[in-house]
Design a binder for this molecule. Structure first.
Ligand code: FAD
Length: 306
């Protein structure tokens, strides 16, 4: 596997902004993944594992280490268990499962990204979390390159949370337990998938965004109650501020489709997104006394930039 130097990350993430990575590689096998980690550790390089770039913002200064973009793309089935490697696209896994009469994860249709990125943040849609289906996974130690198998409890999954976020391990593959169904049920599920895709394409930006920029609040962070329930949805506060489709800094703008989604145009740089996010945080704090926290992963920035 070739380790490339000074590679642009701008064309490898959904915001289409950001600088270069000092080193870059795309392992296609577990062995190559281990080689990449060994290279980074021998050369004292920080590691950043990139998926499809649908939930991150890369600094305009780039990343001064080794970016590993896993291209491990195998999917295997054993009865109602499906194993997908880190580089498999979420939608490809959903389609594969439906073609093989396996139900469950089709609710995540149209969520962009790879299995690695999906497990890292524990993707969610309404009440469903990817962790509802995960049984076990292969992970690789970021210091030793050792690959081990862990079960679901290792991940300490929560809303927007998994132990992968400590960056001590990266995901190599994950196994999901799904429900076996007959052809008719699979046909209905495919219809539901297609409807979710149509709905989401109307509802959310289809490019140049990271999806929700801020995570929802935890109950203990907010005091506003509506109908006796704490208002945890950050989009509620952003909608009230009237910033949807309006607020713009440089080439970054709040989407006209969704108040918690920032979109970029061809002129945007990552600093525009940061400046806009800061402005949104200031507005929410001024009006509601709470500060939204980024769900978007910030790569190559100094800590606490937001
Ligand atoms: C239009 C749009 C709509 C979206 N809607 C939703 C939604 O409804 N629900 C939802 O939950 N998310 C949503 N998202 C966010 C995004 O799709 C998910 O977070 C997705 O899982 C990102 O996967 P990725 O491969 O692109 O990860 P990346 O953006 O490439 O990486 C994200 C993080 O995961 C880490 N990572 C990636 N691969 C690995 C690995 N193998 N091992 C360890 N860490 C890894 C990266 O280092 C980074 O910190 C949306 C995004 C967009 C653009």
């Amino acid at each position: 596997m070739e380790i490339l130097k000074n590679i642009s990350l701008k064309d490898k993430n959904w915001f289409k902004t950001g600088g270069n990575s000092k080193f870059f590689c795309e392992p296609e096998t577990e062995h190559e993944f281990v080689q990449a980690i060994t290279f980074a550790n021998k050369n004292n390089l920080e590691i950043f594992v990139l998926g499809d770039g649908a939930n991150l913002l890369i600094s305009d200064n780039g990343f001064n280490g080794l970016t590993i973009r896993p291209k491990l793309k195998n999917i295997t089935i054993n009865k109602n268990m499906v194993m997908a490697q880190a580089g498999v696209a979420i939608q490809d896994l959903i389609n594969f499962c439906l073609d093989n009469n396996l139900l469950g994860i089709e609710d995540f249709s149209c969520i962009p990204g790879s299995i690695g990125g999906a497990v890292y943040i524990n993707i969610h849609y309404f009440e469903k979390f990817l962790s509802d289906y995960l049984i076990n996974a292969q992970i690789i130690n970021s210091k030793t390159g050792e690959i081990i198998v862990v079960n679901k409890s290792w991940f300490n999954f929560g809303y927007d949370q998994s132990k992968l976020q400590n960056k001590n391990y990266f995901l190599v593959s994950a196994t999901f337990e799904l429900k076996k169904c007959d052809n008719l049920e699979a046909a209905y599920a495919k219809g539901r998938r297609d409807e979710i895709i149509r709905y989401r394409q109307r509802q959310y930006p289809t490019s140049n965004s990271c999806g929700s920029f801020f995570r929802n609040f935890h109950e203990n962070e907010v005091s506003l109650e509506i109908n006796g329930k704490k208002m945890i949805f950050v989009a509620y506060y952003l909608d009230k501020l009237g910033i949807k489709g309006n607020l713009k800094i440089g080439g970054a703008q709040v989407s006209f489709k969704h108040a918690n989604m920032i979109v970029t145009d061809d002129t945007a740089i990552s600093q525009d997104v940061i400046n806009l996010a800061k402005e949104i945080q200031n507005l929410v704090f001024k009006n509601y006394g709470i500060k939204p926290v980024a769900e978007c992963q910030l790569i190559g920035f100094e800590e606490n930039i937001l």
